[in-house]
Design a protein around this ligand. Structure first.
Ligand code: SF4
Ligand code: SF4
Length: 371
């Protein structure tokens, strides 16, 4: 299997549309291009794109291609069950929404210290065993967003887990908060295959600050994203690197270097090391725009969009960021309207201090209001 997967979570949107207004025509063209170049792996989850992703996957992929043409992964997210009896109907509905009889991979979604107990008490691991036994999941696993020690505990308690999906990119490799490198080493210790998510850190590594960008430009080759994706794909245990491609040009770029994948050379790895040093001096908010925090916010604050405005302002000090701050808050909550309930921080896989960061965002963009 080729090492690039199509993450069905950041699909192209109809111009001017909101989350869930998927540009189906373009998404179909992307699926066609992906398959025609020999790639097969697709990943989704019920909550992606305003819960419209699975239906889009059916329209763009499963209704149009034979089951043998693709490998499909889906997930059980803890938002969608509160007791054991909720899980099977939810799963069966996912099969229906996706238009398939089985998933090649089925994962417990985004396991952290906060929700691990719920997965256990609701029998989610036993459920994985059931669907593996009856053939509706060919392989079972978890997607994981916590520290290496915790992963060791999970894999010790659940040797039946076959694959682990982890956040893995060069910027997080030695990060004390994400521990990508250590988490990968635990997967290796337990002999698990690895599925990589966030290889470009939610787009951060495809939009580097100027000095870091110059380092990669001096290599005279690929896009910034290409180095990040090839970095992750270069690890032996990695089965597939997921890329949440958002338009056909991103897809063309990804396919160009992943069709005949070559790991990074010594010179390229050295450049990545330099980029990492420069990123350590960058004070951008490390939000990956996964949007897990948005759904539960009682004040309808579009948290990742506001963090993106803040990062642009810090990096480029441009007036455009102020404009986009106003756009992002039209009809939605402003940073200053956060009531500090903390719900968002419970779901953030990056463990960001969102409340504190929103105070900084409000101080930056709402100066006039405050004056
Ligand atoms: S802490 Fe603020 S941003 Fe987070 S969910 Fe509550 S109101 Fe929304
Ligand atoms: S703040 Fe956290 S949960 Fe929200 S989009 Fe960013 S990384 Fe995801």
């Amino acid at each position: 299997m080729k090492k690039l997967g199509f993450g069905f979570m950041r699909l192209p949107l109809i111009p001017g549309g909101g989350e869930g207004d998927i540009d189906i025509k373009q998404a179909k063209a992307m699926v066609d291009m992906f398959l025609s170049e020999g790639f097969t792996y697709f990943d989704t989850a019920h909550g992606y794109m305003g819960e419209k992703c699975e239906a889009a996957l059916k329209t763009c992929l499963t209704e149009r291609y034979p089951r043998s043409a693709y490998v499909l992964a889906d997930k059980l997210t803890d938002d969608y069950f509160s007791k054991r009896e909720d899980i099977m109907p939810f799963f069966e509905n996912q099969l229906k929404e996706c238009g398939v009889d089985y998933f090649d991979y089925y994962l417990l979604h985004s396991i952290t210290k906060n929700n691990y107990g719920k997965f256990i008490s609701c029998g989610a691991f036993d459920f994985l065993g059931e669907i593996k036994a009856d053939g509706r999941a060919r392989h079972i696993g978890i997607s994981f967003h916590d520290k290496a020690d915790m992963l060791r505990d999970v894999l010790t308690a659940h040797p039946e887990i076959e694959v682990v999906q982890i956040q893995f990119n060069y910027a997080d490799y030695d990060s004390p908060s994400v521990e990508s490198g250590d988490v990968y080493r635990v997967c290796s210790e337990f002999g698990k295959k690895v599925l990589v998510m966030e290889p470009v850190k939610g787009g951060v590594l495809a939009s580097l600050p100027e000095k870091a960008a110059e380092v990669l430009d001096s290599l005279g080759g690929g896009s910034q994203a290409s180095y990040a994706i090839r970095f992750a794909a270069g690890y032996d245990r990695v089965l597939v690197v997921l890329s949440g491609m958002s338009d056909i040009s991103q897809m063309k770029d990804n396919l160009s270097y992943m069709k005949d994948f070559v790991p990074l050379s010594a010179e390229e790895l050295d450049a990545i090391g330099k980029v990492n040093e420069l990123l350590k001096d960058d004070d951008a908010i490390p939000c990956t725009a996964c949007r897990y925090c948005v759904k539960g916010c009682p004040m309808s604050i579009r948290i990742p969009d506001l963090f993106s405005c803040m990062n642009c302002k810090r990096r480029y000090n441009d007036w455009n960021s102020d404009f986009y701050y106003e756009v992002s808050t039209q009809g939605f909550g402003r940073a200053s309207e956060c009531i500090e309930c903390g719900k968002c921080e419970e779901t953030c896989p990056q463990h960001l201090p969102i409340r504190e960061l929103l105070r900084t965002v409000a101080a930056e963009f709402e100066k006039k209001t405050a004056d």
